[in-house]
Design a protein around this ligand. Structure first.
Ligand SMILES: Cc1ncc(COP(=O)(O)O)c(C=O)c1O
Length: 392
């Protein structure tokens, strides 16, 4: 917060990140909010207890620390409310459970984060929900898949591992006409590079584990919604007993303060490396939507304000053995899941789960998370890795 109250709407994003959330003057002027660990909250008398007429009532319903983070996210997203959950995957499952019931039909993009698919194919199907996948480039043609019982359209853009960009405004237009709820896993872009609610999406989902945390040491999720969906979302969250601890919420708020600067480095470095990779004989294609060569570059440019630091490369030839040779020879890229941290990572991605969006690739697909190291060091590492995997 700035001294006069709420941050003004036209502030730059790094100014917003520095001042969103808690008001220091509400807590003795300390710049950061207190970390309040809580289950029990006391009421001053029986009447207050009976009426629940006080701001905090029990640890599961929030603390000054979680409130500070929720306020910060609402200011960044322009949302009516934000819920905090223990992982990015929980940020996916809670809204789906909140809005879907037996007999409903849900449309999910086929290039979805794989554990989202696992949840849909197991729990949602078991609950009697009809699960259908659509290709990422469907755009307004999604109208052809709508049924009388379609309740939710779930989007993720870019697609996990293959980075297809969806035409979100076209999908939202179809959904709005038919009163279908739209959700977007917007983890890749963060609200800094795409404000999903401004595009008419009803519920935006983030794995706080990635860029908001930034340090590969917190698991976290955020769900933000517009006014229309807020009440039902919040009721479902409370019914499920979902909550987070204040220590983790504090770490995420701390991460937000530097997220703009970090993302800028991730973006610049990833793009430089992606352009270099495009020139390498061992690389058939670079799947990065901010590259002019990417088939969805125009869509990305139309809707996104930036690109984060995760993209994939398709090797020119070879199979698992060559992919493993590359991964094993990398010195600076750790072999690990997740992304958004300060350190670079590489993974040989599995695409065998795709149904309507299955494609063939020239060679193995390797996803790279570009960390905060010096760009040239990463290029040197990739150069020796590629030469080892596919000697020319
Ligand atoms: C797009 C996307 N959404 C959600 C998640 C889940 O986040 P978490 O690891 O916090 O469960 C991930 C994790 O990799 C992801 O890539």
């Amino acid at each position: 917060m700035v001294k006069s109250g709420k941050p003004a709407g036209d502030l730059g994003i790094n100014t917003m990140l520095a001042h969103c959330g808690n008001d220091p003057y509400e807590f003795h002027g300390f710049v950061n909010p207190p970390v309040v660990r809580a289950s029990t909250v006391l009421f001053k008398d029986a009447e207050t207890m009976a009426s629940q007429n006080q701001k905090y009532t029990y640890g599961t319903h929030g603390t000054p620390t979680t409130d500070a983070l929720c306020q910060a996210i609402d200011q960044l997203e322009g949302s009516a409310g934000t819920l905090l959950v223990p992982s990015g995957l929980a940020a996916v499952t809670v809204p789906l459970l909140a809005f879907l019931g037996t007999g409903d039909h849900v449309l999910l993009v086929d290039t979805i984060y794989n554990p989202t698919r696992r949840f849909a194919d197991s729990m949602l199907k078991r609950l009697g929900i009809d699960v259908e996948y659509y290709p990422p480039h469907i755009g307004g043609d999604i109208a052809n898949l709508i049924r009388p019982n379609t309740r939710v359209i779930f989007t993720e853009s870019p697609g996990s591992n293959t980075f297809e960009i969806q035409d979100i405004p076209a999908i939202v237009a179809v959904a709005r006409e038919r009163d279908i709820i739209t959700m977007m896993d917007n983890t890749w872009a963060t609200p800094l590079y795409l404000k999903a609610l401004d595009f008419g999406i009803d519920i935006t989902i983030h794995a706080g584990t990635k860029y908001p945390s930034g340090h590969s040491d917190v698991l976290f999720g955020m769900i933000s919604s517009n006014e229309k969906c807020w009440k039902r979302l919040e009721e479902s969250y409370t019914a499920l007993g979902m909550c987070v601890n204040s220590d983790d919420a504090y770490q995420i708020l701390r991460g937000l303060r530097s997220m703009g600067l970090r993302l800028n480095h991730h973006q610049q470095s990833a793009l430089t490396i992606a352009r270099w990779l495009e020139q390498q004989p061992q690389v058939a294609r670079v799947l990065h939507p901010a590259l002019e060569s990417h088939p969805d570059h125009a869509l990305w440019k139309r809707d996104f304000k930036g690109a984060s630091g995760v993209f994939s490369i398709v090797l020119a030839s070879g199979g698992t053995a060559e992919a493993h040779k590359l991964l094993d020879s990398l010195q600076l890229f750790g072999l690990g899941y997740s992304w958004g941290g300060y350190e670079s990572l590489a993974v040989h991605v599995y695409l065998g789960d795709r149904t309507v969006a299955a494609q063939s690739f020239e060679g193995p697909v390797i996803r790279l998370q570009i960390g905060l190291e010096d760009t040239q060091d990463l290029i040197n590492d990739l150069q020796q890795g590629l030469t080892t995997a596919l000697p020319q």
